[in-house]
Write a protein that binds this ligand. Structure first.
Ligand SMILES: [Zn+2]
Length: 527
């Protein structure tokens, strides 16, 4: 988590005097986001910059904070000294696209023990935020490596008269250990390197039902990994097979989507009997990171070249959007191959203003098709307590025509279901409680596992797979049940054996009266 080098930090004279609030750099005369984001000094991340008081000369002393974001996924563009306790922090806009500013990740060191500070993050690109609902930044340090959320009492989100009435998120913090490097983030980071290590580990297990290959390379030549998970016998040529495609992280700042995707992969490659049954019957194609360059660079929404890759699906360019071009070509080939029956495309995102997990689906004129399209979200809501059917909406807004969900929903066969799966950056409420439960890395992964389990429900409901108690995997199932029950007991989690309930349930009856989704206008834009 420390910076890549231990060079002497750059000394940065204060941008703003404590008395006058006047910037002394060339072309900014206030801290307004629109004027600042167009300034050259917000193009790159800060690189071990020591913030010292005005007119201070010489080496930085202990307590002159050193900020750094020059590492993978880092994002912090500028720091203004306000006074000895307060600092204005500027998010670096996406590369080649100044519109998006939300993700931040940076380190602070050279602190004095018990040094108290107030950090103001002053240039978010959007006013509406889960900070209004109690979300807080996360923090860890070299001696305490587990991410913690700051208490809500230390975090303030408000319109600031000092920043042209922009929305500002301020938080107070006390550095308690002099030698620690502290790291602050918008959400749990998940780097390109972390994904590569995770996939390398899977490869080393030499599972005959998992294949990994780079589908294409990004503009900066990073891998767009494609995992194929299926019983090898199923992949034989000439054998007809059903296909599920799961993608994630087209938007780099939406790190929770990577945790959901990892939970999905973890489950689907496990020796859990449901996973085995699914692999025997379904081919899973998974692209865990659709925008590896954007992730590496610490962008919020765009690729290296400044494109929102979830708006180019209708006409991806091989040179400007090779990632979408590659996956779309792969999908269209499957769509035309008589061996493959493409049932699902699910693209995982994270949402910055909504609670819970939920889905965006498509609207179809054909009532029967639309009805079938609304089944999967309802099944998922039965398996995942954090998945909200109330937040799930179906739309055909022109604004979203270039999303994977909309484009593929319009050009694949009628039987293919295309969804965006969203998960909150912050928390969820269950149907029985009013208290919000903040998501953790583990809870995000749990949603991924529950997503995987739901395919069993779906394929049982249309009698494509069946569960027989005489099945040879039954004894292992029992062991698994005991193991999972014990772990839930020790983790103080409710003892509800989902696998057991799922497998022994009678085939789910898809009565159509229960769900009539009206077409809803999309009231919470991102996707
Ligand atoms: Zn998104």
């Amino acid at each position: 988590m420390s910076s890549e080098n231990n060079d002497e930090p750059t000394l940065s004279p204060s941008k703003k005097s404590s008395n006058t609030n006047t910037a002394n750099n060339n072309n900014a005369n206030n801290s307004d986001s629109e004027s600042d984001v167009n300034n050259e000094h917000l193009i790159g991340n800060v690189q071990r910059v020591a913030i010292v008081p005005p007119n201070y000369e010489g080496k930085p002393k202990k307590g002159h904070l050193i900020f750094d974001a020059s590492f993978e996924c880092g994002n912090l563009g500028r720091i203004d000294y306000v006074n000895d306790f307060e600092y204005d922090l500027f998010i670096r806009p996406d590369t080649c696209c100044p519109r998006f500013r939300c993700w931040f990740l940076f380190t602070v060191e050279n602190v004095k023990a018990d040094q108290r500070v107030i950090f103001h993050i002053v240039n978010f690109s959007k006013a509406k935020s889960l900070y209004r609902d109690g979300m807080t930044p996360i923090v860890k340090s070299t001696s305490r490596k587990r991410w913690q959320r700051l208490p809500t009492r230390n975090v303030f989100y408000y319109r600031s008269p000092d920043h042209r009435k922009n929305y500002v998120m301020s938080f107070t913090f006390c550095f308690d250990r002099e030698d620690d490097v502290y790291q602050f983030a918008y959400s749990f980071p998940y780097t390109y390197t972390k994904l590569q290590n995770y996939l390398d580990n899977i490869e080393q297990r030499r599972l005959d039902y998992v294949q990994r290959r780079p589908l294409v390379y990004s503009v900066q030549k990073r891998r767009l990994d494609l995992l194929t998970v299926a019983n090898p016998a199923l992949l034989a040529k000439g054998r007809r097979k059903k296909v599920v495609i799961v993608t994630a992280r087209v938007h780099p700042g939406e790190t929770p989507s990577s945790y959901v995707c990892q939970g999905f992969i973890e489950f689907i490659i496990s020796d859990n009997p449901i996973a085995q049954l699914l692999r025997d019957n379904i081919v899973f194609y998974i692209v865990p990171m659709l925008n590896p360059d954007g992730v590496f660079l610490g962008n919020q929404r765009c690729s290296l070249l400044g494109f929102d890759l979830n708006r180019v699906w209708n006409d991806p360019s091989i040179w400007a959007h090779p990632e979408i071009y590659g996956i779309k070509t792969h999908i269209m080939k499957l769509n035309e191959d008589a061996d493959f029956e493409l049932d699902f495309f699910i693209d995982i995102h994270a949402h910055s203003t909504m609670m819970n997990g939920f889905m965006y689906g498509n609207v179809y004129e054909d009532a029967n098709r639309f009805e079938k399209h609304s089944i999967f979200p309802r099944l998922l809501s039965r398996n995942a307590e954090d998945f909200s059917i109330n937040n799930t909406t179906f739309n055909r807004d022109a604004l979203k025509a270039g999303t994977g969900r909309r484009t593929l929903g319009g050009c694949l066969q009628d039987s293919t279901h295309c969804y965006t799966l969203e998960v909150s950056f912050f928390s969820y409420q269950t149907s029985t409680t009013t208290q919000a439960i903040p998501y953790t890395e583990e809870l995000y992964q749990q949603l991924g596992r529950n997503l995987a389990r739901t395919f069993l429900d779906f394929y049982k409901s249309n009698n494509y797979v069946s569960w027989s108690p005489s099945c040879s995997i039954m004894p292992r199932l029992k062991e698994d049940r005991i193991k999972s029950r014990l772990s839930r007991q020790s983790a103080n989690m409710p003892i509800v054996d989902q696998d057991e309930a799922l497998l022994n349930n009678e085939a789910y009856n898809l009565s159509t009266q229960e769900f009539i989704y009206p077409e809803t206008r999309n009231n919470n834009e991102p996707e």
